[in-house]
Write a protein that binds this ligand. Structure first.
Ligand code: GP9
Ligand code: MN
Length: 629
């Protein structure tokens, strides 16, 4: 075999095949990547190939065989280091490397110790392609051929590698629509794009946001501050400080929409417990409250809650600006002596939460690793809400008080599947299985919240806590308008569609006697100032775009992330101005001044995020800092 002459591009072919297979095997052994179907398996297999073909193929431009081989050896070494770096990092952090991790100097200590602690002798196998290539270069005899058809062959080669890239992206898009615009999860990026392409994508996302940050010097804040100041309102005297010193529990109700509240579906009540709460003497319920999320879905709602800033129009701000300076509600309560944490039974890297929570100053993030998922306790995306609440409350019982604890539910998530024993009502009977099942999972979520209240009482945490709950975003998109029209008994016009963006908002303060249904129009941007005022924490010099829903001066104006908006008189949607209440199309001019303000407000918020402007702002005094911190 060693005496025989091998075809000309053998070394290149060996390099590509060896790295490709090694990478694929590493995916299966070095990471715990979950694969749900054959398509995902196929994408995973295909994913390393396009970049390897391209990168290794560049060797075709070298004239001398010696240089070609050197280049290929260098590249197999580089890709091996990238892959192995991720494997070692994953062993310790259960996550993939992202650029900011490498640049955050405080991580170096962690990285160093973790790398040392997670190296095994067998790890040499992660360099097997490099070793194989080294042997091949030394031992194989390669035929010298004429070079006539080289340019055309090279062109064909790169066309093929581009075709494979597009095939990969196409399959990934089919499997996970909007993967590149929304990012979702690093694991999802890696399994759909391949580890090498993932790093290129990460470099692109991070450098884009770094470039915008680099050009900002803080002067941009003056206009923003003037706008924010002009819209400040005085807190309600009755409500300010009403929950001072209590534990704060904020529950994110996954995909919960207001249209299910106080309604029946084929004679069955969808949300019995939450309906009861709307009449409870200690609960304020807001039926005219709107979500303001964009592509970042749940994470956008968290962003609104913590910062009272709008999320971005493109991508998830948790991903694109996870390293910014913020002045979050968690950080503020932390300064008041609160222990702050988030509990969510999903992988910690989803929505880049692990990194973003550090920027938000959250003390502790209890992710799936902190839960025991027993037999039959998982469905759909992960742990069921009922056992999740039970274990979360047990965690709370161990926490120092007062605490600020956020609980993010998961069961009422697309595609809304449930085990038979958790289906407490029947399915709906429309042409949309999604909507049909949505009623059942919403009913389950309602049951879970009821149990949460019981768990809190059992653990003796209920009396001394305030419980805030909000729907994060719609569960039923416009793709299901026909089925929705059947349920609601009316056509889904752009006006109706905007009204369907209502999500429930509850403020439950045990023993307060303040319960009522509050018809005020508001949005998620208002949660932070509303909650902080209830907790008796001043926020009047904070750079926040929302305002206290309990304030007399609160303006009824909910701006959606896509520019639609709702006021008491008007609804602006589908480029049409509607009269709020009747849904009649009216003169555009009536909406025009609000449309302008919506545009202005979203723009200011975006400026703060893109320029990382809060690093130039002292929220204690309301002073702009001239120089970078
Ligand atoms: C993921 C969960 C759901 O951890 O919060 O996210 P979503 O898809 O609703 O944004
Ligand atoms: Mn969600």
């Amino acid at each position: 075999m060693l005496t025989k002459k091998w075809p000309k591009h053998s070394i290149l072919a060996i390099a590509i095949i060896a790295t490709w297979l090694k990478t694929y095997i590493a995916y299966q052994t070095g990471f715990s990547i979950t694969l749900d179907n054959g398509m995902q398996e196929a994408i995973l297999l295909l994913s390393p190939l396009s970049l390897l073909l391209f990168l290794y193929g560049l060797s075709l431009f070298f004239k001398k065989t010696k240089n070609k081989n050197r280049y290929l050896l260098a590249m197999t070494l580089v890709t091996s280091i990238i892959l192995y770096g991720n494997i070692a990092f994953y062993r310790f952090f259960n996550d993939f490397i992202t650029l900011p991790v490498l640049f955050q100097t405080e991580n170096f200590g962690d990285l160093g110790t973790s790398a040392a602690a997670s190296i095994y002798p067998t790890d040499i196998l992660y360099f097997s392609d490099f070793i194989l290539l080294l042997l091949a270069v030394k031992l194989l005899k390669i035929k010298e051929e004429n070079t006539k058809s080289q340019a055309t062959a090279r062109k064909a080669y790169f066309v093929l590698s581009a075709a494979i890239l597009f095939l990969n992206l196409g399959l990934a898009e089919a499997e996970r629509p909007q993967l590149l615009t929304r990012s979702f999860d690093r694991e999802m990026l890696v399994k759909n794009l391949g580890i090498y392409n993932y790093h290129l994508y990460d470099i692109y996302v991070q450098s884009k946001s770094q470039a915008q940050r680099a050009f900002a010097d803080g002067s941009e804040l003056t206009d923003v501050q003037n706008y924010v100041r002009a819209n400040k309102v005085e807190p309600s005297e009755d409500m300010f400080g009403i929950a001072k010193g209590k534990n704060l529990i904020v529950v994110t109700l996954e995909s919960m929409q207001t249209f299910t509240m106080n309604k029946e579906m084929n004679g069955q009540i969808i949300t019995p417990f939450l309906n009861e709460l709307t009449e409870d003497e200690d609960t304020v319920y807001f039926p005219n409250f709107y979500h303001q999320t964009g592509l970042g879905k749940t994470s956008d709602s968290e962003f609104l809650l913590e910062n009272s800033l709008y999320p971005l129009s493109g991508g998830a701000v948790f991903f694109t600006h996870g390293g910014n300076t913020y002045n979050s509600m968690a950080e503020k309560l932390g300064k008041q002596g609160y222990a702050t944490n988030v509990q969510h039974a999903n992988s910690k890297s989803f929505w880049n939460r692990d990194m973003m929570y550090e920027s938000l100053g959250v003390d502790e993030f209890l992710d799936i690793q902190n839960y025991t998922v027993g037999e039959g306790e998982a469905v759909n995306w992960g742990m069921k809400d009922i056992p999740f609440f039970e274990q979360s409350v047990a965690h709370m019982a161990e926490m120092p008080q007062p605490f600020y604890s956020r609980l993010i539910t998961l069961t009422n998530h697309y595609p809304f599947t449930l085990d038979p024993q958790d289906k407490l009502i029947d399915e709906f009977d429309s042409n949309s299985g999604t909507l049909n099942r949505f009623f059942q999972t919403t009913r389950y979520l309602d049951e879970a919240v009821k149990e949460l209240f019981d768990d809190l009482k059992e653990q003796g945490l209920y009396e001394n806590s305030i419980i805030v709950m909000y729907g994060d975003h719609y569960g039923i998109s416009e793709n299901h308008n026909e089925a929705m029209a059947q349920y609601l008994g009316k056509e889904i016009t752009p006006y109706e569609s905007a009204q369907l963006q209502r999500v429930p908002f509850f403020v439950h303060i045990p023993g307060s006697g303040q319960g009522h249904v509050n018809e005020e129009i508001g949005g998620q941007i208002d949660m932070r100032p509303t909650i902080l005022n209830l907790m008796g924490v001043e926020s009047n010099t904070d750079m926040q775009f929302g305002s206290d829903l309990f304030s007399e001066e609160h303006e009824e104006f909910a701006i959606f992330r896509d520019g639609r908006f709702i006021t008491k008189e008007y609804v602006y949607a589908g480029n049409t101005c509607y009269e709020n209440g009747t849904g009649a199309a009216i003169d555009q001019e009536l909406c025009a001044p609000f449309a302008e303000r919506a545009f202005e407000e979203l723009g200011y918020s975006e400026k703060v995020i893109n320029g990382d402007l809060l690093r130039f702002y002292d929220e204690e005094t309301g002073q702009l800092l001239g120089t970078e911190q």
